[in-house]
Design a protein around this ligand. Structure first.
Ligand code: SF4
Length: 172
């Protein structure tokens, strides 16, 4: 079995933890079935064109976390995240809360986040509260526990499973 990569926390791990713990387990074992689908390409296109001029992806990594910010405005201390989705989702908010958390850890206080949805022409404001910090710490511990499981968590039988890259692996 391939080794787990749960020591370094990423925004993707947080999203998968919240969506489906089985998906997270498969992902942590490097069983990656997400591919360059049309959806991914459209998302990349929106990301590349809409925010091209002001966007510089910033990669921050340490021995605990690894994040990539679409754009960080140091004057207003704002993280800008672009989502191709046509739906505003809680997982997006938690990813940005995690990014704020990592910047705080680096000593940058009063950071806020803004998620831009070009397809919806909407944006969501994100802040980090004390209970969010606590929850992120709990998620980190939970991710470690899931990574150590010898067998994956059960399938969750949700309607969105049909759109998941692991669908065939889980159900067929
Ligand atoms: S298909 Fe469903 S159960 Fe399987 S990993 Fe994806 S979301 Fe989880």
């Amino acid at each position: 079995m391939q080794s787990c990569n749960s020591k370094i926390m990423t925004g993707t791990q947080i999203a998968y933890y919240l969506i489906c713990q089985r998906k997270l387990w498969l992902f942590l074992r490097n069983i990656e079935m997400e591919h360059d689908s049309d959806t991914v390409s459209i998302g990349k296109l929106i990301s590349d064109t809409t925010y091209k001029r002001e966007s510089h992806e910033i990669h921050i990594t340490d021995d605990e976390d690894d994040i990539a910010l679409d754009f960080y405005d140091s004057k207003t201390k704002t993280i800008h995240e672009v989502k191709k989705s046509d739906k505003m989702e809680e997982t997006h908010v938690w990813q940005v809360k995690f990014y704020i958390y990592v910047l705080e850890k680096m000593g940058i206080d009063n950071v806020r986040g803004e998620i831009n949805y070009p397809k919806l022409k909407q944006k969501a404001e994100v802040t980090l509260t004390e209970s969010d910090r606590k929850k992120l710490k709990e998620i980190r511990e939970e991710v470690k526990k899931i990574a150590e499981l010898n067998v994956p968590p059960e399938v969750i039988n949700k309607p969105f499973c049909k759109q998941c890259a692991y669908y065939e692996l889980c159900y067929v």
